[in-house]
Design a protein around this ligand. Structure first.
Ligand code: CUA
Length: 179
C-alpha cells in the first residue's frame, strides 16, 4: 500500500465513525425531546441513618399531601422490603412530585404506565414529577435487587378522580393496599 491508499482508508473509517456518532446524537436528541426521557437530575443529600427519626421522612409525614398551589407531594420511604406507605392516592391531572429516600440499601422503582423510573440511593433524595391523565391503580415494583425480599417489594399509586380526591384538613389522604 502506498501512502495515498492508507490515507483513503483512514478517511473512510473516519467517515464511518463520524456517521455512527451522528446517529447516536440524533437518537439522544429525539428520545429526550420527543419521548421525554431524561436522566434523574435532582441531587439532594440526606442522612440515611436518621431519616426515620427527624426531618421530612418521619412516618407521620409520609404519603400524599396537597400543597397550597393545588399540586401534590408524595413522600415514600423505600426499605427492605416495602415501600412506606404501600398505597398512595393522587388526583388525576395535577402536578405530582414524588420524593423517595431509603435508610438501608439501593432500591429502584418505576410507576407502570408512566415514564417515572428512578433509583433510590442511601444518602440522597430521589425526586420525580409527573401528571396522571387517567384514574386507576398503577403498579410500583422495586426493580433494583435489594435482598431476599426484593420480589415482594411493590406498592400502588391509586389515581383517583377530582371528586374522589378528598384530603383531610391537613391536606392528607391515604388508601388501602390491596390484599
Ligand atoms: Cu427494594 Cu428490590
Amino acid at each position: 500500500m502506498n501512502e495515498q491508499e492508507i490515507l483513503k482508508t483512514e478517511l473512510r473509517w473516519s467517515a464511518i465513525v463520524a456517521g455512527a456518532i451522528g446517529v447516536i446524537v440524533v437518537v439522544i436528541v429525539i428520545s429526550s425531546a420527543a419521548m421525554v426521557l431524561h436522566p434523574p437530575s435532582n441531587i439532594e443529600p440526606i442522612d440515611p441513618t436518621s431519616l426515620h427519626r427527624e426531618g421530612e421522612f418521619v412516618e407521620a409525614n409520609l404519603g400524599s399531601i396537597e400543597n397550597p398551589d393545588g399540586s401534590i407531594t408524595v413522600r415514600i420511604v423505600a426499605t427492605q422490603f416495602a415501600f412506606l406507605p404501600r398505597c398512595v392516592p393522587v388526583p388525576v391531572n395535577r402536578r405530582v412530585v414524588f420524593r423517595f429516600a431509603t435508610p438501608d440499601v439501593i432500591h429502584g422503582l418505576l410507576i407502570s404506565g408512566t415514564n417515572v423510573n428512578t433509583m433510590v440511593v442511601p444518602g440522597y433524595v430521589s425526586q420525580v414529577n409527573t401528571v396522571f391523565p387517567e384514574p386507576g391503580d398503577r403498579f410500583v415494583p422495586c426493580h433494583e435487587y435489594c435482598g431476599i425480599g426484593h420480589g415482594g417489594m411493590w406498592s400502588i399509586v391509586r389515581v383517583v378522580s377530582e371528586e374522589e380526591w378528598q384530603p383531610d384538613s391537613n391536606g392528607r389522604m391515604t388508601c388501602e393496599f390491596p390484599h
